[in-house]
Write a protein that binds this ligand. Sequence first.
Ligand code: WAQ
Ligand code: MG
Length: 265
Amino acid sequence: MWNIRMRASKKYRRQKPRVRSQESDVRSRKTATTGLHISGAEGIYEASDITKITESYIKRALIHSRGTPDKIVITIEELEQRPRHIPLLPVHTVQCPTPDQARGIIMRSLTDLGISQKALIAGFRVLSAERTMRGAALVHATSGSRLEPDRARGIRVSRFGIEKSALRRLSRRLSRDGINTTAVREALLLASKVASHPAVIAEVCISDDPDYTTGYVASRSIGYTRIPNIKKRGDMRGGRVFFVTRKTGINALVAYLERAPVLLY
Ligand code: WAQ
Ligand code: MG
């Protein structure tokens, strides 16, 4: 089996030079090499699907609502370990007419899961920041402190895919509800891998695509809960926050999320 990853970005336009502290200078140089995140995608596939999938990823990168990239990186890598098989989270959709109500729904469900007010505030700060991250923030569920090693980049969840028969079943089920889209399928897979780690209590996700206004909260107990109108149309902000404990150590958690191959079913 092969892991195929795509990442598309665009260089930041030069801004007027201004006096900066040394620390922010280091940060801006780093961002300049990373560029503005446009889109990313990833999956685990059989060798025979590599050409087809790579082509579809390139097409997606070239036509994206966040803009036209000037760099597309595709990585095609054979898995070194056998993937673990893990079940998908169940999918629910709640009624939610406005972003204000979405905030209330998120606050209530995360508070019920034992996540502190401090952690919630830290999480919302990430989700409403103007500069979006390429990956997810790790927020400690009680202290609210940020635990990811690179705060500008975040943690990239990688090396997850779905079994072929499970994909057919999932597509049928989602089609019945009129939500069988790449956005939903890929987010459900990612959230299912994330929720499977014992140190993760919950995830909140808001798309950074200006025209995608449905987000979700996810956890082992509440499943994958979709929240329509989580943000206003046209808003370029978004992100992912994983509320976590130190139960297994942060290094083990990050290694699992970024590197351990998982096939969902
Ligand atoms: N690992 C960690 N974080 C990621 C990853 C990844 N592989 N990919 C994206 N992110 C973070 C990053 O900060 C993005 O800015 C943010 O998530 C949003 O990414 O059921 O489209 O790809 O209808 O814009 C949810 C679907 C779609 C809800 C979410 O996210 C539904 C979406 P996007
Ligand atoms: Mg996006």
